[in-house]
Design a protein around this ligand. Sequence first.
Ligand SMILES: [Zn+2]
Length: 167
Amino acid sequence: MDFSSITSVIGLATTALGATEKAATTAEAVKKLFASEKKPENSEVQALLNTLATQLTAANMMNVDLSDAIKALSRELKRQDDFENEKARYELFQTGQQDVVFKLREDQANGQPIHFICPVCLNAERLISFISGEGDFKVCQRNRDHTFRFKSTSDLRAGKTRTSWDF
Ligand SMILES: [Zn+2]
């Protein structure tokens, strides 16, 4: 969770609360004016009502901002939750060439083909990016600089040589 987004929501909440309190204080002042013995001046009442209207508009706008920020934060929390759930479906896997990647757990496959994902993107960017390729190297689909060595060509050549000898 990005701490700054929580801080900004709390900041907005504090500002919105302050604006609402200001409007409440003005409303209280209007009430007092009418509660007093002598009839209040119309101009005085009008000035207070104008102030109240402005304060209510400001408070309303701040509450809309606050509501938007809370919705965005809630979406972000859900996105992170989804990511953690998705990440839990993978386990570390060491390739034949000692490279470490993430592999879909057999018991979490839910009918999907077993595949590998890029550990660089997972750890640094919190993104699930497939690793694809057929040769010795497989490549991250998102960043082609993320390459992983699965097999050794020389091993394969040795294998082929043996096969031809056997043959
Ligand atoms: Zn990657």
